[in-house]
Design a protein around this ligand. Structure first.
Ligand SMILES: *Cc1c(COP(=O)(O)O)cnc(C)c1O
Length: 457
């Protein structure tokens, strides 16, 4: 057994293809419906928002999609990312388990999100797009797309959830450093933003509202602006599979194979990124890794949400998809894992959870920060509050293996660092953080507002 801690691939090992789960998934893709007509959307409708290359990836059933050379060139600024064995954490826990983590925090914006921001900006550039719009919650996605748009010379406007705009000025400053313009959503720049403010001038915003504003800004721009989304969509999850493809090679270098693969889930992209290549090995090559998505009890989309057709945004302008949802009018409590506050979930993950091929668990805020601090003390890296949910379950798995005297190989995705999120740590350390469980009754109430879709059986 090697004593190696860090498993680092060479530039030449950078994946040449993204992996499309729909080529192998036993769960067929579900239709995407127009929010007005409730009929399946046409590429025409989507082409108002996205360039054709991304639309084709969205509906592709091809197993492997080639990563353009221009995208791989930019990936090389931070990829391949390292995989580490958390030896010091193992020792601190006194566990018989082996814990590995893939570290995506080495990217320019400090998370996995540039993995899709770079190709999204690239395909827009190729299609002649001069300007893009997007939304951001905690600021991770906005800063990633700001970086990528700057690389490819595209102008970017970001609708940032108002509460984060004020609480996270440094993320906003980072977006501005890359040249983006940032607005506190709800704004008075869109019809939808104005209607929200007319109803309640004090509205602090939500991801659903910010998406509606960014979509409206692109949809009403007479084709001058396109829109980019940082999670949920098939093409986003596709781009993230570079994480799992690299991790497969790195686990091989370590001469081990994971019994369990863990990631936090907001819209599902970093989890799919690490898990789907391992799911392929389960489905095609007889491997049996358990795949576990972790969410907060405050936004329990997979564990308490309903698997049904719902709108992707609050204003009902984004397409309707079949997914686990808490309801498109979900107003999240002010928890400290902003990137995990979306009301829905990637349709492919929802389908795979429903089919029992992926597990989901929810963890509380305080135990999550406790795990994050244990990890930081042992391994040095301060996890992003989102990533800390995966850390919590990785530690729980290691303690369970210890109790059972098992050697269990655990792999989790450390989706980002928390260096911009110290306010959240401050809340935890000063005892101000509260646990919160989103009530089942609230989900039930929202379900009365679902779109009434009639699909041929
Ligand atoms: C945005 C974000 C997430 C959640 O988004 P997914 O699409 O579920 O991956 C998780 N971790 C970090 C660090 C993020 O920035």
């Amino acid at each position: 057994m090697t004593e190696q801690t860090r498993f680092q691939l060479n530039e030449t090992d950078l994946p040449k293809f993204w992996y499309n789960i729909y080529a192998d998934s036993p769960v067929a893709p579900t239709p995407v419906l127009h929010p007005g007509t409730m009929e399946p959307v046409t590429p025409d409708f989507l082409s108002v928002l996205f360039p054709m290359d991304l639309i084709l990836q969205e509906i592709s059933s091809e197993r492997y999609i080639e990563i353009p050379e221009e995208v791989r060139e930019i990936y090389k600024l931070y990829r391949p990312t390292p995989l580490l064995r958390a030896r010091r954490l193992e020792k601190a826990l006194g566990t018989t388990a082996h814990i590995y983590y893939k570290y995506e925090g080495v990217s320019p914006s400090g998370s996995h999100k540039p993995n899709t921001a770079i190709p999204q900006a690239y395909y827009n550039k190729v299609a002649g797009t001069k300007a893009m719009t997007t939304e951001t919650g905690a600021g991770q996605w906005g800063s990633s797309l700001a970086f990528a748009c700057n690389v490819f010379g595209i102008d970017l406007e970001v609708y940032m959830v108002k509460v984060s705009y004020h609480q996270k000025p440094y993320r906003r400053n980072l977006m501005e450093t890359y040249g983006a313009r940032v607005y506190a959503s709800p704004t008075d720049l869109t019809n939808y933003g104005r209607s929200v403010l007319a109803e309640n001038p004090g509205n602090l915003g939500s991801l659903g509202i910010a998406i509606s504003e960014a979509v409206e800004a692109a949809a009403t721009s007479n084709g001058t602006k396109k829109y980019g989304l940082g999670s949920v969509l098939n093409h986003v999850l596709l781009h993230q599979t570079v994480i799992g493809e690299e991790a497969l090679k790195q686990m091989d270098m370590a001469d081990e194979y994971p019994d369990v693969v863990i990631g936090c889930v907001g819209g599902g992209s970093n989890f799919a990124g690490i898990a789907y290549p391992f799911l392929r090995e389960n489905l095609k090559n007889g491997k049996r890794a358990r795949l576990v998505g972790v969410e907060p009890t405050a936004t329990p989309t997979l564990t308490k949400g309903v698997y049904t057709f719902d709108y992707g945004d609050t204003a009902k302008m984004a397409p309707i998809v079949k997914m686990h949802t808490l309801g498109h009018d979900f107003m999240p409590p002010g928890i400290h894992a902003g990137g995990l506050r979306y009301h829905g979930m990637a349709p492919s993950i929802s389908g795979l959870v429903d089919a029992g091929l992926i597990d989901a668990v929810a963890v509380k805020q305080k135990e999550t920060f406790e795990a994050a601090i244990q990890f930081a003390k042992a391994e040095g890296i301060v996890p992003a509050p989102e990533s800390a949910h995966a850390v919590r379950v990785a530690i729980d798995e290691a303690l369970d293996a210890k109790a059972k005297g098992e050697k269990r190989v655990i792999l989790f995705n450390l989706s980002g660092h928390g260096n911009f999120d110290m306010a959240a740590y401050e809340s935890y350390l000063s005892g101000k953080l509260e646990d919160y469980e989103y009530p089942a009754e609230a989900v039930k109430e929202s379900m009365s507002k679902l779109p009434q879709v009639n699909l041929p059986a």
